[in-house]
Design a protein around this ligand. Sequence first.
Ligand code: DSN
Length: 475
Amino acid sequence: MTHQSLAGEARSTSHGDSSWTGQQAELLRIGIGSLHETDPELAAMLDAEVSQQNSTLAMIASASIADPSVLAVGGAALSNVTAEGYPGARYHPGAQQFDRVENLAVERAKRLFGARYANVQAHSCSSANLAVLSALMRPGDTLLGLDLDSGGHLTHGSRASVSGRHYNAVSYGLDESGRIDFARLEELALEHRPRVLIAGASAYPRTVDFARFRAIADSVGAYLLADISHIAGLVAAGLHPSPIDVAHITTTSTYKQLGGPRGGLILSGVEYTTPGPDGRTPLSRLIQRAVFPQSQGTPSPASIAAKARAFAMAAEPAFRETARLILLNAQALAAELSALGYRVLTGGTDNHMVLIDTTGVGLTGVTAERALEECGILANRNRIPGDTKPPLVTSGLRLGTNILAQRAMGPVEMRECAQLLHTVLSGTRLQSDTDYLIDPALVATVREEVRWLCARHPLSIDTARVPVSLIGVGA
Ligand code: DSN
């Protein structure tokens, strides 16, 4: 999540200042100018993307908007540095600035999450998870993670991923209420005695009880890996229990809720010196090696710089304020949708995510997703417990409030969002599992309402942010 200030006056301030100095700033200016002159085709696509992000209502639960400064850092000349290894121990010369940047990113990550160890080189959380698994397990060892169909992630043991092919992956699931079935999880742990237990999900709207996971891991001598990709912003803001000192290792992506660049992060708290499976090598050392050289070569220096920038922003009070709004909004959205007759899975939410069953309005998940997209609203299909439809079709929708909060929308606007969702979903007729009909006039009306709602609540990447004094005037 980035940190567009919630204060009205900040929304009317201009973005930049033409007095920037410095070679990097000049380089970015030259680069954009040159792109527009020499490759207008690509430049136009990039401009269209900015425009689309500004004018659509994105409720993708796994997304946030990176601040313009994070995006700029990601395009820094630092990207030209090739330097395998870690600060002070590189395999190439010329990494003095990169060493400083990587150390800064590590320190900021540790401070933000209260961790004692951080590795900022993972290119994504998937890479981070696979590195952790390879550090702790041998091929064929047993892994216990949340089933993909119950909201787990590919890297938590799905057969579609190497995590489910190289390891003996066993899955736990949800109970009838849609919450983690801890009773069954305990049975599975005792029966299979996994080497690693993973706590974390891609589609789970409730608080993850990391302490309970740890107790189960301890009872069978397993390492606990907490994947907080979806809730990292809430954890950083103190609005979800932190696994840092509870799990042995914690992983996260840096873009889902942290407003950072595409990338991953590996953390550890009090357990960072705990021995690995060989009984002597500290976990932190095993993880360092597992990332480089075991699973990655050269790191991405500019992405690491952009992570450093995002971690600093996530430590600001404005970030916490946005995180608070994310929670309030998700709860308000869930309540509004329930009141409109939708079945909200688990009956509500404790985080940024609201899962709904689309069969109540006669739609599959994919038709709901496509009809909404046609109207300028982004939310993705999601399997629901007991789903009879395949993963590309599904019977549910996953909604997230990260970007709505970044737009400084609050519970009042959630009523508007819920109404817009309902207008589209109730106005769509199913033709087949993947095909639907919707009245073009309804599409045009909703698109206009979405555009106006977005204009009233601009993103930090909106260069034409509406001065607060003008909000409410006009269309
Ligand atoms: N893990 C996928 C999701 O939750 O949408 C992509 O980041």
